[in-house]
Every structure is written in C-alpha cells, then in structure tokens.
Design a protein around this ligand. Structure first.
Ligand code: ASP
Ligand code: CP
Length: 332
C-alpha cells in the first residue's frame, strides 16, 4: 500500500508500541548503530528535535550544555556532519574541539593509535563524534572511551545520525512512515547512509525498492536481513521502475573513494540523473532526498521543485544532533 495522502499526526504516540522513551535512557550512551533505536527512542528524539527547531527559530541558542565540550574527530572529509555537530553544540551553549580539517595535522600522523587518541581527547571533552574509514572503528573507540562516542560514519558500515535525520525528515515531510514506498537509488553497496536508513526502516510497515547498477547492489547480508524481516522488497537497475510509485526517492552519490579500481568507477559514475522530466512522472505528494554531497545524480534544476527536500533535510540534521547531544549528556 502506498502513501494515500491521509496524514497521521506527527509522532502520534498512540501509534507507537510504547510511550516515548525517557531521556535518561540515553545518558552516557555511545551511539554506534541504528539498532540501538526502537520506536520509543525515535519518538523521544523526534519530539526533542522539534523543540530544538522552535528554540533555534525563537532564541537561536540556549545554555543547556554550557560548560560541556564536544570533540569532533574526523579522519575522513565532511561538511554536514562536522558542521552540524559543531553548530548543534554551540547553539546549546557548549564548546567544540574541532579536529576536522585534516587529521594529518594531529599526532595521528605520528602513528598514534585510535584508542590512544580517544583516551587523550576524552580528558578534555564530555562527548566525541568520530568519523573514520574503518568499519567498526566507532565500536573500537567506544571500548577505549569513558565518555560517549557518536559514530559520524565508519567506512562503508553505518552512519546512524544521518539515518536519524533522514527518518525525521520523512516524518516532517510526509507526516508518518508506515505505509510508505521508499526507493533508494545509487551506490547501495558502499553507501553507509543507505545501510543505516534501511535498517531503521525495517521497524516500520514500509515497502523498499533498491535501484543500483549490478555492481553496487545492497550487500548480501543486509539484503538477507531485509528479506527475513518479511517486508515487501524489490531490486532494479532502472529508476523508471520506481519513480511513479515512490513516496520517498532517496538518491545517493556513487562513492568514488571506495572503489579500488578507477575503471570500475568510470563504468557506473553516470548511472543515474534525476531530472525535471523524470520528476514529472513522480507523484505530486512525494519527497526526493539525498544525504549529500551530490555530484550530478540530481540535476540542479530539480532544486526548485517543492518535493526536493534535501536542503530541508540538512537543517533537520542540526536539530536531531542537538537533541542527541542533550540526550547523551543527560540534559532534558
Ligand atoms: N555524506 C554521506 C556520508 O558521509 C554520503 C556521501 O558521502 O555520499 O556517508
Ligand atoms: N551527509 C553527510 O554525512 O555529509 P558529510 O559527508 O559532508 O558530513
């Protein structure tokens, strides 16, 4: 069943299996993977993110996290994840140690291990956001740390805070998640945002469509998890197969940096481009999302389409990260 245009109220707790989780459940927790979030926790976070939106609109900032320090430790490039965590911390009155502009200028270039780097940085800070090229690195950091570690992307593994903001955006744009057809397009093999969002969506009554070149299909273990969940799922290599039916079109970049072989990248790099002509075949009430950065998969002339939600999605990222920082630091 597709989205029928009947909105359920935002975060209708009556439709959740339980009540919203209390904020104390997050206190001191590492945020490593999306399987840490059930619908109660999501309901709590999304309510708080909505409050953060109001806070920013009306006051810009507050003192909730005054005296707290966040370290952003990024071993891979980032614009949104790093900047939105920094903005989130600053708008809540906290401060930031930003190691985001080339970790080569830190003692990592002298050979310092990840656990040692973490054990040093936690002496200065109350929470650490880590982005790292290795799958499992956030878990390694969490085992070394006594302060909460937030996974800002671990290689081709997970990007849990992106999935939280993606799901929040679907709620904000379409009023609910159950009953929707979600189509994911692009690099499903290496796209960690796809991996996290797919896992999160398995908690809902959704249909999933995966569109990719054959070489970039969803990893087999994740596809098996999807199939075992019993939800309606199909794969295709053609956007035409999903565009008319999708409530959410989640487009992703081909992850050039993950390819060992330049020729293999060249073969698929221009596989998809969402254009205004294609959008004419889409439903009137649907959203097109993208974790960004884009490098050609959505033509810029689509940006003016009211269904293009990717810049609103970016802003939602700051509200979600404000809510998450407050929660792990135990501030209601
Ligand atoms: N920014 C997202 C990530 O770091 C998506 C991308 O880079 O394509 O996973
Ligand atoms: N969406 C996302 O993670 O963007 P950055 O890679 O710029 O942080």
């Amino acid at each position: 069943m597709g989205y029928d245009g009947n909105l359920t109220p935002l975060f209708d707790l009556a439709s959740q299996p339980g009540r919203a989780a209390p904020y104390t459940e997050f206190l001191g927790q590492d945020i490593i993977a999306v399987d840490q979030f059930d619908r109660r926790r999501l309901a709590y976070l999304f309510q708080r993110a909505d409050e953060m939106r109001d806070l920013v609109a009306h006051a810009g900032a507050c003192d909730l996290l005054r005296g707290y320090v966040l370290t952003c430790l990024f071993y891979e490039p980032s614009t949104r994840t790093s900047a939105s965590f920094i903005a989130a911390m600053q708008r809540l009155g906290g401060t930031v140690i930003p190691i985001t502009q080339g970790v080569q200028f830190s003692s990592v270039s002298k050979g310092e291990s990840l656990p040692d780097t973490i054990r040093v940085l936690e002496q200065y800070s109350d929470v650490i956001v880590l982005r790292h090229p290795d799958v499992g690195s956030a878990q390694v950091a969490a085992e070394a740390a006594t302060v909460p570690i937030i996974n800002g992307g671990d290689g081709v593994g997970e990007h849990p805070t992106q999935a939280l903001l993606d799901l929040f955006t679907i709620y904000e744009e379409l009023g609910g998640v159950d009953g929707l057809k979600v189509a994911m397009v692009g690099d499903l093999r290496y796209g960690r945002t796809v991996h996290s969002l797919t896992r999160l969506l398995l908690q809902y009554n959704v249909s999933l469509r995966f569109v990719s070149p054959d070489t970039l299909r969803l990893p087999l273990n994740l596809m098996n998890t999807v199939i075992d969940s019993g939800i309606n799922v199909r794969e295709s290599d053609n956007v035409q197969d999903v565009i008319g039916d999708a409530d959410v079109l989640y487009v992703t970049r081909i992850q050039k940096e993950r390819f060992g072989d330049a020729a293999a990248y060249d073969e698929v790099k221009d596989a998809y481009e969402i254009t205004p002509a294609l959008m004419r075949q889409a439903k009137e009430k649907m959203v097109i999302m993208h974790p960004l950065p884009r490098v050609g998969e959505i033509h810029t002339s689509v940006d003016a389409d009211p269904r293009a939600a990717y810049f609103r999605q970016v802003q939602n990222g700051m509200f979600i990260r404000m809510a998450l920082l407050a929660a792990v630091l135990g501030k209601a």
